[in-house]
Design a protein around this ligand. Structure first.
Ligand code: ZN
Length: 243
């Protein structure tokens, strides 16, 4: 490999050679390799994140192809993590890609979260989101969580170092904030933008760069091209970070 691959990173005072080494030493767990996970994994791999763990039990469906940009027409029917691994290794052979092609139970998720430097929640359903959050809180590992539906996106960063808040603090009950995109539809570039921002926020966490997304919920109205910001307060009844 030419030494030029990360030249534009190394030219930044916020990254430099030291930051690039930090990225190389990092392990990123991405749960969900769909519309969010594909661009997140692609940018993290291209950026030189050392180890990327891909967790998804699903196979590629034709209806995924409009937005799940690691997959091609001949990927239909194949396991998402296997196709993604091949694509990412072609993109950057210096990156180690680990595939987990099954749904992780609570214990297994916690083990994976503990091994990670940062966890990306790129799933499309509320119960998995809660499970990923719980694992990240218990492991004390930062969580970057994103969602996309219709023309709407959301994005948050929770450092999970200490007293909260966490993603679960946003919800008083287990009611679903978002449906999944199967039932609701989604404009293809919306998860692309949110997933790409998730990769960027993960990098910033690894590099120790501050973000206004920390303990905030950013809501993106993609139709109006408008961002709204909500401070996430600690929910004293939160079963995950306050128990
Ligand atoms: Zn909480």
């Amino acid at each position: 490999m030419s030494n030029n691959r990360y030249a534009r990173h190394e030219a930044l005072s916020e990254i430099g050679e030291t930051g690039q080494t930090i990225l190389k030493q990092a392990q990123v767990l991405i749960v969900g390799i769909g519309g969010l996970g594909c661009p997140a994994a692609q940018y993290l791999a291209a950026s030189g994140a050392g180890t990327i763990v891909l967790n998804d039990f699903d196979s590629v469906d034709e209806s995924n192809l409009a937005r799940q940009i690691l997959f091609e027409a001949d990927s239909v029917g194949l396991l998402k993590v296997s196709v993604a691994k091949k694509r990412l290794e072609r993109l950057n052979s210096n990156v180690r890609i680990i595939c987990i092609d099954k749904r992780l139970d609570e214990e297994a998720l916690l083990i994976e979260a503990k091994k990670a430097s940062v966890v990306l929640d790129a799933t499309d359903n509320f119960s998995t989101r809660l499970a990923v959050n719980r694992a990240a809180v218990q492991a004390g590992v930062p969580l970057v969580t994103g969602a996309a539906i219709r023309f709407e996106g959301q994005l948050s960063v929770f450092p999970n170092q200490g007293a909260g808040p966490c993603y679960r603090c946003l919800y008083d009950d287990e009611g679903e904030w978002l449906g999944n995109c199967q039932s609701n539809g989604v404009a293809a570039p919306v998860p692309g933008v949110v997933g790409t921002m998730m990769a960027l926020e993960a990098m910033k966490l690894l590099l120790g760069l501050k973000s206004s997304l920390t303990n905030h919920l950013h809501l993106w109205d993609a139709k109006r091209a408008d961002w709204k910001d909500i401070i996430v307060k600690v929910n004293p009844n939160c079963p995950d970070c306050q128990s």
